[in-house]
Design a protein around this ligand. Structure first.
Ligand code: FAD
Length: 491
């Protein structure tokens, strides 16, 4: 039986461990943190519980697929609910809009509140669906680096669909052509942030992203987002996968062009036939492969955005807020110029507030709410985060207090704050980027590191920093593509 060592138990590493155990490999996972999940961590304090990282769960089918593969009933491990509204939007001039999960209702609401033609949103989302269906076989489900991909009839069709994409337009320009109200444009520009990109630069093909939320739907795991890695870890253990927590890997030992062993920080050396890295690909090369130079394209790749997050225990209840809430800035372009060009926090940030306790009341004391308040930020390039965060905090408190008409500062009874440097320390993601590399130009998809590198024959990669990209669904797909490579190689 072949033995494989996996570095990291992020969502990608967990999914890969399950797939490999089902393939019949002997699997061991080495994780620096005390438990599974990587960015899907959880924190508690003052009677509150918060999901520390992701808050939006789309494409639950990809989690279900893992239980089906393992021929295991998902019920005792994991459940989720469908959320009837996608997001509540707030602007400074008191415009408010609730985006229903029903496309028809969302379309009607945008027409009523923002004055778009009836049908404008529905037809935009229909195009988003079509584009998603046509392009996913190429961009999401297969290796972009295997000849066989380009010979498949589905991929051939995907290339056909790409002919209809306006490659010369950014997502923002595409949205501007479709909607008359700048607020509708801003609402649909926001989807670029789902993979940490800039709507003024990311190509129009990113119009596929709203389909995930509005076509497929938004969901919430029972028990919160951290339940996803908890369930996958349990399934993996039941399949025989061995996990070593609090066990950072110091080096992937290589001989000629083969990975031969993992050397742990505590000194042990363990032989493996194959190695899969779920750690950020930059840190994999820079820290774990001392005999190999960092590939130039990884070194040069633009990082996705990072974030500053305030975890606030709020001693009040807000009826006007839902699970996902966005408080838009007044100058979106300047906000993204700050993040990606000037690498600083702008002075008018858009604020995202997620309140898990709306659906999981046990996550906050009675009549209180657990606010996860996130502002997109540049990746970490040595900024003075202590000072930046102090200024940002007062801007966020001021915006929320003004729009909601209540002094938020007086209601914060628990607080923890995480900045990009701390995200890097926590997850070992280069510069604290949330989604690996940004998709800010036409070729980003093709330049992202493949799931099987060319330098070391039996070293594979999965997770948000490699193909097909960041975010939970894509990390789950990366595990599938990487383990398909492994299945083909060990056959
Ligand atoms: P990671 O989560 O990056 O984990 C990698 C693991 O490898 C870590 O546990 C790390 O400790 C371990 N590791 C690294 N090096 C070593 C080593 N040398 N030895 C041992 N272990 C090592 N996505 C969404 O879909 N929806 C959202 O709403 C969303 N919001 C986000 C909000 C925040 C604040 C953050 C941080 C991320 C968000 N994302 C969201 C992105 C999403 O969390 C990530 O894309 C995804 O979880 C990354 O998974 P991964 O498989 O790449 O592993």
């Amino acid at each position: 039986m072949k033995r494989i060592g996996i570095v990291g138990s992020g969502i990608g590493g967990l999914a890969a461990s399950i797939r490999l155990a089902v393939q019949g490999l002997e699997v061991e996972v080495f994780e620096a943190l005390p438990g599974p999940g990587g960015k899907l961590d959880s924190i508690e304090g003052g009677g509150y519980r918060f999901d520390k990282g992701p808050s939006l769960f789309t494409m639950p089918r990809l989690v279900e697929e893992l239980f089906e593969l393992a021929e295991c009933d998902m019920g005792p491990y994991f459940g989720y609910q469908t959320i009837p509204e996608a997001c509540r939007y707030f602007w400074d001039d008191q415009t408010r809009l609730t985006a229903s999960a029903s496309i028809e209702d969302f379309d009607a609401e945008v027409a009523r509140v923002l004055g778009e033609d009836r049908g404008a949103v529905a037809s935009y989302l229909e195009q988003s669906r079509r584009l998603y269906e046509q392009t996913r076989p190429l961009f999401l489900e297969r290796s972009l680096h295997k000849i066989s991909t380009y010979l498949s009839p589905e991929v051939f069709k995907a290339f056909g669909a790409l002919g209809s994409v306006r490659w010369d337009l950014s997502l923002h320009r595409t949205n501007q052509k479709r909607f008359r109200n700048p607020k509708t444009v801003q609402l649909f520009d926001r989807f670029a942030t789902y993979n940490g990109s800039n709507p003024y630069r990311t190509p129009s093909v990113m119009q596929i992203i709203p389909h995930l939320e509005h076509g497929i739907g938004t969901f919430l795991p029972l028990g919160g987002m951290h339940s996803i890695p908890k369930a996958l870890h349990r399934l993996a253990v039941d399949l025989g996968v061995i996990f070593h927590f609090n066990t950072p890997v110091a080096q992937i030992e290589t001989e000629k062009r083969r990975a031969t062993a993992l050397i742990l920080e505590r000194g042990d050396r363990l032989d493996f036939d194959l190695v899969l890295s779920n750690a950020d690909v930059y840190t994999t090369y820079a820290r774990l492969l001392p005999d190999f130079d960092l590939p130039k394209r990884i070194e040069r790749a633009e990082r996705s955005s990072s974030a500053v997050i305030f975890y606030w225990g709020i001693n009040a209840h807000f009826d006007e807020l839902g699970l996902h809430n966005i408080f838009f800035s007044n100058d979106y372009r300047s906000e993204f110029d700050s993040i990606f060009e000037r690498k600083e926090l702008g002075n008018d940030p858009t604020v995202y507030v997620n309140i898990g306790s709306k659906y999981e009341p046990g996550d906050a004391p009675n009549n209180c709410e657990n606010w996860f308040v996130m502002v997109n930020s540049p990746a970490s390039y040595g900024q003075n985060w202590a000072r930046e965060v102090e200024i940002l905090r007062s801007r966020v408190v001021e915006r929320l207090s003004r729009v909601l008409g209540r002094s938020i500062e007086d209601l914060i009874e628990f607080e923890e704050i995480v900045n990009p440097v701390q995200i890097e320390e926590w997850t070992r993601s280069h510069r604290g980027a949330l989604y690996g590399t940004a998709s800010n130009d036409l070729f980003s998809a093709f330049l992202r590191h493949p799931n099987k590198g060319s330098r070391i024959e039996n070293l594979y990669f999965c997770g948000g920093s490699v193909h097909p990209g960041g975010g939970i669904p894509l990390c789950l797909l990366s595990a599938k593509i990487a383990t398909d490579h492994i299945a083909a190689d060990v056959r």
